[in-house]
Design a protein around this ligand. Structure first.
Ligand code: UGA
Length: 487
């Protein structure tokens, strides 16, 4: 286990910290050198006040580290200055209010102020290009602007790439742009590390305060020491295992992590699809049983309508494209994506089977967000579903407690929106459950019976008890046909 007393020290130790370029090394918290807290207090800047950047900024500031949040979007900057989070994330609003009031977090659109801090994290977006590869233009612009700002700086400055970038980007594009624009070289005056993040939407603040690991990739010893020192200051006695490795390996850790999680979801969805063919079988039982094997683990085995969110699809596409350009076809990862794509069509197929045909049928889609407790609909299975339902001529009425404003931007008038779940169900021919919101989970079989024209239900999130719903036309992902019991 990482962080256990069996720490592997395969390479030389210097200044109390292990540094390696080729193979990773694990450092337990007490092996990281204590930083000199008597020196001037650390200050950091974070470029890109999106979800990762803002949550990272708020948590650093909450630990007393002076933080400057930088974004080109002036409206966003103004909002942060008022202590208001421009996105929904539990705990963020109150934390932000607090750190802004205590003057620990300051937001600006002027990147030149980054030069007045010790360390700059890059957290700008790396969206997909049409061929799946990542678009590094925000990274290039931010790095160039930062380099220009650092040109006249005399003190050491560390640059940390937190954005998700394919292997080679930090030590290639970022290093080149940074050195050119700052007219300095990585070493004595300038530091550079790759340091991926593993925050989940909905629990990002807690994840940032209690990560299971910190991954630092750099070819430069001083850079590693400085970043480890900052994290030591941040986490103190609760510092998690720190993995030191090359920038390329650190970059790949992020893709491997998301690719594995996405594959786990596509795997259980595959088993769910098999379970549906077998009378009396429920994939939940299979997941519970296999999850008890510690080699498999019980988390991330919930069958459903397919994964969504801003990262899995984008990152899978990026690493597939990257590998193919290196003459390796990662068929497993392609299958993960294809399985995910098909899963939404299977949900449509279930509705079709219940209804006979879809044209003019009124379908209530309950839940639009890619998972509960967020207003985020990026790559959500619900969006793929609605597109398919509309193509087949169904009339869609959607409900979500949080994600309707974002969905309206995508479907301004192609679908109807309901104010609550009950009014979405009123007169519907079929209800499809797409997000596992607690208030949707709380609906009873009688609610569907009372409001719907015909109680056809496709439970794509498996949130209802099949027994309670057995008198309705209820089908669920991963649930085989009912088996008559011998009494
Ligand atoms: C994901 C990763 O979990 C984070 O570790 C990573 O840092 C983040 O992407 C990122 O790269 O920024 P997130 O997108 O917030 O986090 O969402 P997850 O909680 O991982 O869920 C992703 C999708 O998988 C959701 O649609 C969810 O409903 C689905 N899922 C998840 C399942 O269908 N079944 C499961 O068992 C788990």
């Amino acid at each position: 286990m990482l962080g256990s007393s069996q720490t592997i020290f395969s390479l030389s130790h210097s200044q109390g910290i292990t540094f390696c370029q080729q193979s990773p090394d694990f450092i337990v918290p007490d092996k990281v050198p204590p930083c000199n807290l008597k020196t001037k207090s650390a200050s950091i800047s974070i470029v890109g006040m999106g979800y990762v950047g803002l949550c990272t900024a708020a948590t650093f500031a909450s630990r007393g580290i002076r933080t400057i949040g930088i974004d080109i979007d002036q409206a966003r900057v103004e909002q942060i200055r008022r202590g208001k989070a421009p996105l929904h994330e539990p705990q963020l609003d109150s934390m932000l209010k607090n750190v802004v009031r205590r003057k620990l977090l300051y937001a600006t659109s002027d990147i030149s102020v980054a030069a007045h801090t010790d360390t700059t994290f890059l957290t700008v977006g790396t969206p997909s290009q049409p061929d799946g590869s990542i678009d590094l233009s925000y990274i290039k612009n931010a790095t160039e602007d930062l380099g220009n700002a650092l040109r006249e700086k005399h003190d050491y400055h560390l640059v940390v790439v937190k954005s998700t970038v394919v292997p080679g980007s930090t030590n290639g594009t970022v290093k080149r742009f940074l050195e050119q624009s700052s007219r300095k070289v990585i070493g004595a005056e300038l530091g550079l590390c790759a340091n991926p993040e593993f925050l989940k939407e909905g629990t990002a603040i807690n994840d940032a305060l209690h990560p299971d690991k910190i991954v630092i990739g750099s070819n430069d010893k001083k850079s590693v020491n400085e970043l480890a020192k900052l994290y030591r200051r941040f986490y103190g006695a609760t510092l998690p295992p720190v993995i030191l490795t090359s920038p390329e390996a650190a970059e790949l850790v992020k893709y491997a992590s998301n690719a594995f999680l996405a594959t786990k979801v596509s795997f259980i969805n595959t088993i769910a699809n098999i379970a549906e063919k077998i009378p009396g079988v429920d994939v939940g039982t299979i997941a519970e049983a296999i999850g008890l094997d510690p080699r498999i683990g019980s988390l991330f085995l919930k069958a459903g309508p397919g994964y969504g969110g801003s990262c899995f699809h984008k990152d899978l596409q990026a690493i597939i494209n990257y590998s193919q350009n290196k003459n390796y076809d990662p068929i497993l990862l392609r299958a993960t994506e294809e399985t995910n794509e098909q899963q939404t069509s299977r949900v449509v197929g279930m509705a079709e089977k219940l209804l006979g045909s879809l044209p003019s049928k009124r379908i209530a889609v309950l839940g639009l967000a890619f998972k509960k407790d967020t207003d985020d609909i990026r790559e959500a299975a619900s969006i793929r579903l609605i597109n398919q339902l509309k193509k087949k001529g169904a009339r869609v009425i959607a409900y979500d407690p949080m994600a309707i404003p974002n969905t309206k931007k995508q479907f301004p008038d192609q679908i109807d929106y309901a104010e609550n779940a009950q009014s979405a169900l009123r007169g519907a021919d079929c209800a499809i459950i797409m997000t596992e919101w607690d208030l949707i989970r709380k609906l009873k079989a009688k609610d569907f019976q009372e409001y719907m024209k015909t109680p056809n239900i496709v439970d794509a999130r498996r949130i209802y008890d099949p027994e309670e719903f057995s008198l309705l036309n209820y089908v669920s992902i991963g649930l085989g046909p009912r088996q008559e019991r011998n009494s």
